[in-house]
Design a protein around this ligand. Structure first.
Ligand SMILES: [Zn+2]
Length: 469
């Protein structure tokens, strides 16, 4: 068996790991898009690192675009096999992938307008809505914790990992003529005791572990209560500064978690009288889907739903679908809270909100999740004093805040807790993906201390032939 790392190698986005058997059976674990890598992003996404026609199947850990976003591109380039996913992942992919095609069209139109002026070659969208339709028709829905056949000699099980609705680690059982082996592909490792999603489940012992490493060098501050932090940001911005509180958030997961938390704060009577906008058409649909799959949520939310039907709707809150309504919020001078995608602030409506709000110190931009260092969100979190948005240089005068304890990714302690189900002596090799290199080096050290002996940090397109002991 060979492993080839086709994405998220020494970087956080673009997850794609290829498992190849002696007989050319080729299974791709995740098919993610690169995000927030500046000018290289488009090239990385448009040049497929493998001929999709040669793939036997794709197994998908969750619906986030950095894991699912290139599936329609692979289908467009000739992939005809099945795409295995949980039911909630499929439901979310239906909206996420259509949205991705839509965003690309809009972004390409915008960039080409600028390119026309300079005479540079025009971009093309990587895929369109009909490629998405075709991709969705190739999905096969699989129940969590039930073994299924992926291809000849490859069986898999989805084991919920607490990251977002429908997310799961992928546990592969591989049967080759001379060797049987098991692989645990962690996907994005979620957290314990979060606002919405059930805790990660313990995966069985594996010979090979392919582990994410986003926060491999970081501990989320447990002394700071995320709810309290969010409330302080609201009071400070809305009541004291009378400004806008802009929260860039993934439409899926983060947005529902923030809305649920604000709903609870409002029930306690702690929120000031303020309008709250969820400005993302995708978030509206993602919220509906989250409600539909309420059995995947944690016991607290279930109890909440039992007494109040809507954990994601209350008086002060308004979901914004139409573009014109979104523009009206930009023009308004009233204090308000805006929750809008994308989380890295690199695309979507939130970029417009930031564009209009960033040069006013009354406003606050509050980050609640990971952002690539080169993305707009990454630059703001890094403390850059000026940033370029839509080609215009903007002074960063608004306050920039981060609540890392709201992240959907486990910190290194939580990832190590997750890995406690694995006896390090029985793991023949571990590969770190989905992390920045300097973070991975720090995590590598910690894993060695835990007793994992062979831990590798693959380069992009590097191939390994692990020996199972
Ligand atoms: Zn994710």
């Amino acid at each position: 068996m060979k492993l080839k790392f086709l994405g998220a190698a020494k970087t956080v986005t673009g997850s794609k790991t290829l498992v190849e058997l002696w007989d050319n059976t080729r299974v791709l674990l995740d098919c993610g898009m690169y995000q927030g890598l500046g000018k290289d992003t488009y090239t990385l996404n448009s040049e497929t690192p493998i001929d999709p026609k040669t793939l036997s199947a794709i197994v998908l850990s969750h619906a986030h675009i950095d894991h699912s976003g290139l599936i329609p591109k692979f289908v467009k380039d000739g992939f005809e096999g099945k795409i295995f996913a949980t039911e909630a992942t499929f439901a979310l992919c239906e909206i996420m992938l259509q949205d991705s095609a839509f965003i690309q069209q809009a972004d390409v139109r915008y960039s080409n307008k600028r390119k026309n002026r300079t005479g540079a070659a025009a971009y093309e969208p990587i895929y369109n809505n009909s490629d998405v339709e075709q991709a969705l028709s190739q999905f096969e829905i699989i129940k969590e914790n039930e073994k299924f056949k992926v291809a000849e000699g490859v069986e898999a099980t989805f084991i919920p990992n607490g990251h977002i609705l429908g997310s799961a680690a992928i546990y592969l059982e591989i049967d080759e003529i001379k060797e049987q082996s098991t692989i645990l592909y962690t996907g994005d490792i979620g957290r314990y005791n979060t606002a919405l999603i059930k805790d990660p489940e313990c995966p069985p012992q594996a010979d090979i572990v392919i582990c994410e490493s986003t926060y491999g060098d970081r501990l989320h501050d447990r002394t700071l209560d995320a709810e309290q932090e969010l409330l302080s940001a609201v009071i400070h911005t809305i009541q004291e500064k009378k400004g806008k509180l802009i929260i860039p958030a993934f439409s899926l997961g983060r947005t529902q978690e923030i809305v649920f938390t604000l709903n609870k704060l409002d029930l306690y009577g702690l929120l000031p009288n303020v309008k709250i906008f969820v400005d993302s058409p995708l978030a509206v649909d993602a919220t509906q889907i989250t409600k539909y799959f309420s059995h995947l949520l944690n016991p607290e939310v279930k109890r909440f739903i039992a007494s109040r039907p809507d954990p994601f709707g209350f008086n002060k809150l308004k979901y914004v679908k139409k573009k014109e309504d979104s523009q009206k919020i930009n023009d308004s001078k009233e204090p308000c809270i805006i929750i809008s995608a994308s989380g890295m602030a690199d695309a979507g409506r939130v970029k417009h909100h930031i564009y209009h709000a960033i040069e006013n110190p009354k406003n606050t931009i509050l980050f609640v999740g990971y952002a690539e260092p080169l993305s707009l969100g990454g630059k703001l979190q890094n403390g850059d004093q000026t940033v370029t948005i839509f080609g215009d240089e903007k002074k960063v005068l608004a306050e920039i805040k981060v609540i890392s304890s709201m992240s959907a990714h486990g910190d290194f302690k939580e990832m190590m807790d997750y890995l406690k189900c694995q006896n390090p002596e029985k793991v023949s090799a571990m590969y770190l993906v989905h992390g920045e290199y300097k973070v991975q080096k720090a995590f590598h050290k910690k894993l060695k201390n835990l007793g994992f002996q062979k831990v590798f940090i693959p380069n992009l397109e590097e191939t390994f032939v692990p020996t199972i002991h």
